[in-house]
Design a binder for this molecule. Structure first.
Ligand code: TA6
Length: 308
């Protein structure tokens, strides 16, 4: 446990508990009282609270907390595909599998550990996974909570042997918002996206910012490394920093909300998925190669100043 001892030295803490299904979950805390909960089911972040104890991620009141399906909310990890094609399940199997705690992860940059409360998780393919997706991979996920309350997820996917393979990926991030009609996204204006509601036709965003009046389901082809989600009513801005992850924006709106069993009829008003995701141009990994996808989520109380 030397790895975790180093974290305690930074006055941060991690605790491993069982959830209601007996599955391990890891709670990270920082010295100011912010916290993050990660389930080994799916490596899914299921809660992120600020130092006032306010929940920043959406979880449906109808969410089903039972394997094998991912629960509706938090940050499900979508891999090795985002979407629904071929024999793989929708959004891939990673979110439905039981991950393990990685006691000896290969090193990351010291800034990815220093002063942070963190846990490293590992997913390797089971025999069953290899039948439907015969690729030799190791997926390492680091989830960390910084002293300022920022949540960072770092995914490292490695081709450990055999043939090159392709994958797509998403941090399917369910943000909690006061009222979707009071929310806007800045940073995606003038960008091209594929509209899942129009047979994936390509459009260019025209407005100054994205606002919401109906269902939205868009895959972005590129996006800046920083985007902001402004919630006027709560006077809260999510600042999303990412690398190599163009992204996706989704709100199911009324009709689709009603069609989802694990989602309340009106809950579309309180959530917005703004994902760090790479969907349209899958990643290719040759044997021995590794891909890294980083997402950092922070919250600032007032309006967002573009830092580029
Ligand atoms: O583009 C986002 C999306 O693929 C939607 O079409 C919607 O179905 C959503 O993800 C949630 O998918 P899930 O498999 O978690 O129900």
């Amino acid at each position: 446990m030397g790895h975790y001892a180093a974290i305690w030295d930074h006055k941060a803490a991690i605790e491993v508990t069982k959830d209601w299904n007996g599955i391990d979950q890891v709670v990270l805390r920082n010295p100011r009282g912010a916290s993050v909960r990660v389930s080994l089911h799916g490596g899914q972040v299921t809660s992120w609270r600020n130092d006032r104890g306010e929940e920043l991620l959406f979880t449906s009141s109808k969410a089903i907390f039972k394997p094998p399906k991912a629960m509706r909310g938090g940050i499900p990890i979508c891999f090795p595909q985002f979407g629904n094609c071929g024999s793989l399940e929708q959004h891939g199997f990673a979110r439905n599998k039981i991950w393990s705690i990685d006691e000896n992860p290969p090193p990351l940059h010291p800034n990815d550990s220093l002063g942070k409360s963190l846990v490293d998780l590992l997913l390797k393919p089971s025999d069953e996974d290899l039948k439907c997706w015969p690729r030799c991979f190791e997926f390492r996920l680091r989830v960390s909570l910084a002293a300022d309350g920022k949540l960072t997820l770092i995914s490292r996917i490695r081709n450990i042997n055999g043939k090159p393979f392709h994958f797509s990926f998403a941090y399917h991030t369910y943000l909690s918002v006061s009222d979707i009609s009071e929310v806007r996204i800045e940073g995606l204006e003038t960008l091209d996206y594929l509209d899942n509601l129009c047979q994936r036709k390509r459009f260019t965003e025209q407005g100054d910012a994205i606002t919401f009046e109906s269902e939205v389901d868009r895959v972005y082809l590129s996006s800046p490394n920083v985007i902001a989600v402004l919630d006027h009513e709560r006077k809260r801005t999510y600042v999303i920093r990412k690398e190599g992850l163009p992204g996706l924006v989704w709100n199911p709106w009324e009709k689709k909300a009603k069609a989802m069993l694990d989602f309340g009829d009106d809950e579309y008003k309180q959530m917005l998925c703004v994902d760090g995701a790479i969907i349209e141009k899958p990643i290719t990994l040759k044997p021995g190669e590794e891909w890294t996808g980083r997402l950092e989520l922070g919250v600032v109380p007032s309006s967002f100043c573009d830092e580029g």
